[in-house]
Write a protein that binds this ligand. Structure first.
Ligand code: ATP
Ligand code: MG
Length: 203
């Protein structure tokens, strides 16, 4: 029996942009995923340095962004959890939700994979799902390959590298542009752009 494959994509999504969406779509197609579930972070432990936008706004923007893709969904699991959210807890939650006929894939960008060894309970994280490392402008394939080898040596787990269409877009850059009154058209879906304006985010 062929296993059902589900993709998970975690992120702060502050805001979600086309870099996230293209990586998820290309992972879906290349790995034959039946769907990709986007998981906006509740209160991410590694982003204490700037004030992350209220999770409800980030959840709604993610929902607006994925609405036009029948294979994309958004989950409230992290948004609804109290306190800091860790990927390990989220993946455990999904692993317990589905039976073993479902194979879980976690889609991450190159930057996230490069510091995977600093993640809480990384060995457990790697047990719950297979990682897809999406290339990202600014990070070299050599860096990524080295990290993938290191993980393989340490934990015996394969991480798949996926060359995705390069989108040199980051949420940090979008927040800056909005703050400076610059256009973010064609960097985020239109519905997200309008949501940001209507709710006066990133001003
Ligand atoms: P920030 O600048 O606030 O860190 P970001 O653009 O990096 O925002 P995140 O929400 O931090 O977005 O990223 C969520 C996931 O998406 C991470 O795994 C990240 O590596 C990946 N990702 C983000 N932008 C891209 C992109 N342009 N190409 C490929 N992967 C991306
Ligand atoms: Mg980031």
């Amino acid at each position: 029996m062929t296993k059902l494959k589900i993709g998970l994509m975690g992120g702060t999504f502050d805001p979600i942009h086309y870099g996230h969406l293209v990586a998820a779509e290309e992972a879906r197609i290349n790995f034959n995923l039946s769907k990709v579930i986007f998981i906006p972070a509740g209160n991410p432990p590694h982003k204490k340095d700037y004030k992350v936008t209220d999770s409800e706004h980030r959840y709604i923007m993610t929902a607006l962004a994925v609405n036009s893709n029948p294979y994309f969904e958004v989950s409230r699991v992290e948004v609804d959890r109290e306190g800091y959210t860790y990927t390990v807890d989220t993946l455990k939650w999904f692993r317990e939700k589905y039976d073993n006929s479902v194979e879980l894939f976690f889609i991450s960008g190159a930057d996230a994979i490069l510091d995977i060894l600093t993640w809480r309970k990384v060995e457990e994280v790697l047990k719950y799902c297979t990682f897809i490392a999406a290339t990202r402008p600014g990070y070299t394939s050599e860096q990524l390959e080295r990290k993938v080898k290191e993980v393989k040596n340490l934990y015996g787990k394969e991480i798949f590298i996926l060359e995705v269409t390069g989108m040199a877009i980051s949420s940090t850059d979008i927040r800056k542009k909005v703050k400076n009154g610059q256009s973010i058209k064609y960097l985020v879906p239109e519905a997200v752009e309008y949501y940001i304006i209507k709710n006066n985010l990133y001003r």
